[in-house]
Design a protein around this ligand. Structure first.
Ligand SMILES: [Zn+2]
Ligand SMILES: [Zn+2]
Length: 365
C-alpha cells in the first residue's frame, strides 16, 4: 500500500466536501464489510481493510485531513500505520465499534435452570393432583439490600480506573479500552463486603411452590415451570424449573402406557364352570363375568378404566390377566373328587385337536 498515491476520499467513497459524520458513517460501513473476521483468508479484503483504516485515520482527524488536502500526504502518519496494523485488528475494531455493537445486541442473561425429582403416588399419576415442593431460591440480601456492602460503609471509587471501569491504553496511534481488572469494570471497590451475604448481594433461601400434576403422567414425565429457576446477580431473567416425575409402584396395579394391568388369581374350577368374580379397578371394585370353558391366557378388558391418554383424548383400559391357581395341599375329600373327575375325563377326555398333518391328509382323501 506504500509507494502509491491513494485517494482517501475515493477509498471511503465520500465527496471531498463530506462532513465528519459522513466520513465516520462511510468508514463504519466499509470496515464492517471488509473486516478480516468476516473475510477469513481473503488477502484482498485484508488489504482493503487496511486501506480503509488508513484513509479514516487521516480523514477522521481534522488536522490530518487538513494537511492531506494541502500537501497530498498525512504528514508522519505513514510510519504509525505500519506499527498499528501489526497489532490486533479486533482490539482496534472493538474499540471503535463498541457503541455500535452495544446497541445491536441487548444483553440478556438467563439464570440457571433447576431440576427437581418428584415422586408421586400411582393414583396421582392416573388422576393428577397438586403437590407442594420446596426449591432453592436466590433472594436479595435483606441486610445490605443487594448493595453487597456492610451497612455503614460505602463502596469506594476504584483508584486504578478513577471510577470509569475502563482503562485506556495508548498504543502509538490507537487507544484501546480495557475493562479495569481491579474493580471488574464496576468503577467501585467494596472494601467492607456485607457479612450476611458475603458480598454477594443475595442469599439462598427456600421457596414453597405448588406443582399441578396433570392426569396421565408417567415415569420421567417432565413438567416445566417457566421462570422458577435461578436468578443470580447479573441475570436479567430467571431460569426455568423442570420437575421430573417418578411414579411409585402399586401393590395391585401396573402401568402399560395408557392401560392398567391387574393380575387376578382364579381356581381352575371357575374357568371350567364360569362365574362372576370381583376385580379391583382404579375406581373401586367391579364385577367381571367369566364364561364357562375360559381358556388360559385369555385377557379381559374393562373399557375406559385405564389412564388418561397423553394426547388428552379419552382413557386407556384396564386389562385383567387370570392367574390360575393350582391347589397344592388338597384334603382327602378333594383328592378323592379330583381322582374321580380324572377317571371321568379318561373315558370322555377331550380328543386332541387334529394336527395340521391330519387335516392336510383329510383334504386329499
Ligand atoms: Zn448482604
Ligand atoms: Zn477500576
Amino acid at each position: 500500500m506504500r509507494g502509491r498515491q491513494v485517494d482517501y476520499y475515493e477509498v471511503l467513497n465520500v465527496s471531498r466536501g463530506a462532513t465528519d459524520e459522513e466520513i465516520k458513517k462511510a468508514y463504519r460501513k466499509l470496515a464492517l464489510q471488509y473486516h478480516p473476521d468476516r473475510n477469513p483468508g481473503d488477502r484482498q479484503a485484508e488489504e482493503m481493510f487496511k486501506e480503509i483504516n488508513e484513509a479514516y485515520e487521516v480523514l477522521g482527524d481534522p488536522q490530518k485531513r487538513h494537511h492531506y488536502e494541502r500537501f497530498g500526504t498525512a504528514g508522519d502518519a505513514g510510519s504509525v500505520f505500519d506499527f498499528g496494523f501489526q497489532g490486533n485488528f479486533d482490539t482496534v475494531f472493538n474499540d471503535l465499534f463498541s457503541d455500535f455493537f452495544g446497541n445491536q445486541r441487548p444483553r440478556q442473561r438467563k439464570g440457571d435452570d433447576l431440576r427437581y425429582h418428584l415422586t408421586i403416588e400411582f393414583e396421582e399419576a392416573v388422576f393428577g393432583g397438586e403437590k407442594e415442593i420446596e426449591i432453592p431460591k436466590e433472594e436479595r440480601c435483606s441486610v445490605c439490600n443487594g448493595s453487597r456492602t456492610e451497612p455503614g460503609h460505602e463502596p469506594v471509587v476504584c483508584k486504578h480506573c478513577g471510577g470509569h471501569g475502563q482503562v485506556r491504553q495508548s498504543h502509538g496511534f490507537f487507544t484501546i479500552n480495557r475493562t479495569c481488572e481491579y474493580c471488574g469494570g464496576e468503577g467501585r471497590v467494596i472494601k467492607h463486603p456485607c457479612k450476611h451475604c458475603k458480598g454477594k448481594g443475595s442469599v439462598r433461601t427456600k421457596k414453597k411452590l405448588k406443582v399441578k400434576i396433570p392426569p396421565g403422567v408417567d415415569n420421567n414425565t417432565r413438567l416445566k415451570l417457566r421462570g422458577e429457576g435461578m436468578q443470580q446477580l447479573g441475570d436479567t431473567v430467571p431460569g426455568d424449573l423442570f420437575i421430573v416425575l417418578q411414579v411409585k409402584e402399586h401393590a395391585i396395579f401396573e402401568r402399560a402406557g395408557d392401560d392398567i394391568i391387574v393380575q387376578v388369581d382364579v381356581g381352575f374350577t371357575l374357568l371350567c364352570l364360569g362365574g362372576e368374580i370381583t376385580v379391583p379397578t382404579i375406581e373401586g371394585e367391579s364385577a367381571l363375568k367369566i364364561p364357562p370353558g375360559t381358556q388360559q391366557g385369555r385377557v379381559f378388558r374393562l373399557k375406559g378404566l385405564g389412564v388418561n391418554k397423553s394426547n388428552g383424548y379419552g382413557r386407556g383400559d384396564q386389562l385383567i390377566y387370570l392367574n390360575i391357581v393350582i391347589p397344592s395341599d388338597l384334603t382327602e375329600r378333594q383328592k378323592d373328587l379330583i381322582e374321580e373327575l380324572a377317571g371321568e375325563f379318561k373315558d370322555s377326555s377331550p380328543k386332541p385337536r387334529k394336527g395340521f398333518k391330519e387335516k392336510f391328509m383329510e383334504f386329499f382323501e
